[in-house]
Design a protein around this ligand. Structure first.
Ligand SMILES: *Cc1c(COP(=O)(O)O)cnc(C)c1O
Length: 455
């Protein structure tokens, strides 16, 4: 029996995360079996497909990831904010197995099925605002962002799209153009799609302390002078930027942009791919400022690890595309829809919105105490279980990517799956599964404190 089979059987028999919730290293990272896989990867997989931590995963659940050498690592990444309900959540496993036995695919646009419609109904009810809504389902975050732009253009009859400094929206052609960071996402991959314009973000640590309304006025002036509302289909923004550095805009920035968009018949699109689904201590990050976007893009946390994404929004906008204009072979695949319905149930039944708030309190408390004694931590920021520290040179405030890399390497070597981010590569982000036990989270934070002390 392989380790994978053993873990699957253990999971099915116990009906829950059978994996011990502990950090346990039995080899160096990577161990011999992981090294074997990495050598095969180097021979077989394109170099452009990078990896963060050099392990061969065989099982994951609760707050741990287990590798082929028997090491149990603390998961502070959730596969980039995907497994909010925890890996292989029993409800998700059960729902997907049942769907698998019933049918695997018909293509919804050929022969429809209930799961897709039910996911759309749930999304229409859960996303901010109680107006009439529609949803369309896709496979990846980038694909959903592209479709949100298509829909906004069709509805407005305009072409321009505004995205922001530090934005990340994906790696397909249109979304590369919307994404801000050159290396590794864009360099050499052009030409990019036309009619994409960039506006300045509110970034309290680095924009001289502009208030939300000042930062919004700056962005709006630039949009009016350089694009013109009459040409603008949509403003696309992450309510808290993810890859760009967990940047939380100053209060008032997002509502001011949304108000301007409404007044100018510009579609306001919230990219909640990373912030969505309980992660920030609310269903969606837009809720923290009472924001009601015209369209909401979701993916990552939506389906417990199965590939699914969505655009949800105002019925009049969503219905602007003609039949056949939206869709794709796999969009809203029945297995992914079954997983999404079970995942949304799990967020509710397991109280994971409250859990995200509690994790946020714990992270802010511990990291805040670290920062009080360590001027290299320029800021602790974020909401709920989406928190980051930005590492800087204490003298100048300049980003310290080298220190960040050292701390992340220390975490990996000591059994913690940890991600960095940020335009300047100097932000460490915390995105634990919401099912992680407190003790495990605290242990992981201890490793990071040690890494900072050692660096
Ligand atoms: C990850 C991400 C995307 C892209 O999603 P994929 O599923 O990787 O295509 C888009 N927007 C945001 C905010 C993201 O974090």
């Amino acid at each position: 029996m392989t380790l994978v089979e053993a873990s699957v059987i253990a999971r099915v028999e116990t009906g829950g995360p059978a994996l011990p919730q502990e950090r346990r290293l039995v080899t160096a990272i990577p161990g011999p079996r992981s090294q074997e896989l990495l050598a095969r990867k180097a021979d077989a997989v394109a170099a452009g497909v990078g990896t963060t931590i050099p392990v061969a995963v065989v099982a994951a659940g609760g707050g741990v990831v287990v590798d082929a050498d028997g090491n149990s690592l603390i998961d502070l990444g959730s596969g980039i904010a995907v497994t909010g309900v925890g890996n292989a959540h029993p409800r998700v496993v059960e729902a997907v197995v049942a769907q698998l036995a019933a049918f695997t695919h018909t293509c919804f646009t050929v022969a429809p099925y209930e799961g897709y419609v039910a996911v759309a109904e749930r999304l229409n009810a859960l996303t901010p605002g109680d107006h009439a809504k529609r949803s369309a389902l896709f496979n990846s975050g980038a694909e959903a962002v592209e479709n949100a732009v298509k829909i906004a253009r069709r509805f407005t009859g305009r072409q321009a799209v505004v995205a922001f400094d530090h934005a990340y929206h994906g790696r397909t052609n249109l979304t590369m153009g919307l994404t801000a960071k050159n290396i590794p996402y864009k360099s050499g991959f052009g030409p990019f799609a036309p009619e994409v314009y960039r506006a300045p973000m509110s970034y309290p640590l680095r924009d001289g302390g502009l208030t939300g309304s000042e930062a919004a006025a700056r962005a709006i002036t630039q949009i009016e002078k350089q694009v013109g509302a009459e040409n603008l289909a949509a403003i696309l923004i992450e309510p808290i930027q993810g890859e760009g550095g967990f940047i939380v805009p100053a209060p008032g920035f997002l509502p001011a942009l949304a108000d301007w968009a409404r007044a100018n018949d510009v579609v306001f699109i919230a990219d909640e791919v990373q912030t969505g689904f309980a992660r920030t201590g609310a269903w969606f990050a837009s809720e923290h400022e009472g924001l009601v976007p015209d369209l909401v893009v979701t993916a990552k946390g939506i389906a417990g690890g199965l590939p699914l994404s969505a655009v949800t929004g105002r019925a009049d906008i969503m219905d602007a595309a003609m039949p056949g204009g939206l869709g794709g072979t796999y969009g809203g695949n029945p297995l992914a829809c079954a997983a999404a319905l079970a995942t949304i149930d799990a967020y509710e039944h397991d109280g994971l919105i409250e859990r995200a708030q509690r994790i946020g309190d714990l992270l802010h408390d511990r990291l805040g105490r670290l920062a009080a004694d360590d001027p290299r931590i320029g800021e602790v920021r974020g909401r709920g279980a989406m928190v980051a520290i930005e590492l800087v040179d204490p003298e100048t405030g300049a980003p310290d990517a080298a220190l960040t890399a050292k701390v992340v390497a220390h975490a990996h070597a000591n059994g913690v799956v940890l991600l960095n981010c940020g335009t300047y590569g100097n932000v460490i982000r915390f995105l634990p599964p919401l099912t992680i036990p407190d003790e495990l989270l605290l242990d992981g934070l201890g490793v990071i404190a040690d890494g900072l002390a050692a660096a």
